[in-house]
Ligand binder design. Structure first.
Ligand code: PMV
Length: 361
């Protein structure tokens, strides 16, 4: 079904015979969380995220024009050099969702070779970086067919397509901060795609650090698809969507003013609220582990002891993202090495920072 006719490719100079394109796209970490959606992949509330820098997916897309248009989608998929049949159904349904907007899909045989810079089964979701990288690669073909596409439409449509693969993926294409979801106080915002935060960001957030503590590297027991669904009929859903909307307004001010104490409060409250929604849905579930709570308590103690601006946020899992200003980097890394590595599986953590989005290589 085509709900957004402005994103349907109008065919230009014919289809290229073949080609190869390599793109990277990073992961992102939400500050105000998206949890709860309406069909098709539309958010119940607006969300804001930091785009990451080094946690990313690298995708090579090879395309060869077919003699006759195929019935289904014709693609092979390799993950870290090996065929990955279990990823195929997800890509197939992604192609089904987007083929009305990219009518060339059935004209090609694709080979998709993908790998991540972060360790496999680290508990870091690769759907945001993976889907945004694939959408970005596909849009390079669109640009060949329609070279007149403006940069603005190009990036909006890429985000729009990535959203149809995985909601939060739409926030990975640009950086350093993006907003997804229609919000009265964010000019240009839309449920259909993410945009760059449309104000000057305070220098306190330059090179903001995100160190991801790998507390539990296992598969999640509850997927985010199931989690989002459980917000239907959730007793606190409406209040939560209102709260997220208020937090967008507050965070907007904070990102402009650089008030880091207010930043810490919003971000930690959002993380705990996300998990509170999981604990209060039916069926209820808990994705935090005992070590997640130990880290949180240590962070609170550290902040109290030395007046640091270090704070934590959580994704839909047990790992902890530690966010802090670049100026505190050495002290915080000492603190992590001295006091937090014991809570990480095999002592592992990943140092990342705020980044700029997808790129062609
Ligand atoms: O994009 P999805 O459907 O995997 O959902 C992501 C949800 C959270 O990561 C928990 C929050 C967010 O806004 O990224």
């Amino acid at each position: 079904m085509i709900n957004y006719p402005e994103f349907v490719l109008s065919l230009g100079s014919g289809f290229p015979e073949n080609g190869i394109v390599t793109c990277t796209s990073p992961s992102n970490i939400a500050l105000v969380k998206y949890w709860g959606k309406r069909p098709v992949q539309l958010p119940e509330n607006a969300s804001i995220s930091f785009t990451l820098d080094s946690c990313k997916t690298i995708t090579i897309l090879k395309y060869q024009k077919l003699d006759t248009v195929s019935e289904g989608f014709n693609f092979e998929l390799f993950f870290e050099g090996k065929p990955k049949p279990d990823f195929k159904p997800k890509i197939n349904s992604f192609f089904e969702r987007i083929s009305g907007y990219l009518p060339f899909l059935k004209h090609y045989k694709f080979t998709i070779e993908t790998s991540n810079t972060f360790p496999h089964s680290s508990g870091i979701a690769s759907s945001a970086s993976g889907m945004s990288a694939l959408a970005f690669c596909l849009m390079q073909i669109e640009r060949e067919i329609n070279p007149g596409i403006t940069d603005e439409t190009f990036i909006k449509k890429t985000s729009f397509l990535a959203r149809l693969g995985s909601g939060s993926a739409c926030r990975s294409l640009e950086g350093p901060i993006t907003v997804w979801g229609d919000h009265q106080h964010i000019e240009g915002s839309s449920d259909a795609y993410a945009i760059q935060f449309p104000h000057k960001i305070h220098s306190n957030f330059n090179n903001y650090q995100d160190t991801i503590l790998l507390v539990d590297k296992g598969e999640k027991q509850v997927s985010s698809t199931v989690g989002h669904d459980l917000m239907h009929g959730h007793p606190f859903a409406n209040k939560r969507f209102e709260q997220a909307s208020d937090n967008i307004i507050k965070l907007k001010e904070v990102l402009i003013s650089g008030n880091l104490d207010a930043f810490v409060e919003i971000v930690e409250s959002e993380a705990l609220t996300l998990h509170a929604m999981m604990m209060t849905s039916l069926p209820y579930f808990i994705l935090m582990k005992p070590n997640t709570l130990s880290v949180i308590n240590k962070v609170w103690q550290y902040r109290k002891d030395i007046g640091s601006k270090l704070c934590f946020t959580l994704d839909a899992g047990a790992n902890v993202h530690l966010l802090y200003p670049e100026a505190e980097k050495n002290e915080v890394l000492d603190f992590i090495n001295n006091e937090l590595v014991v809570y990480c599986q095999n002592g592992q953590y990943i140092c990342d920072k705020i980044g700029l989005g997808a790129k062609i290589l």
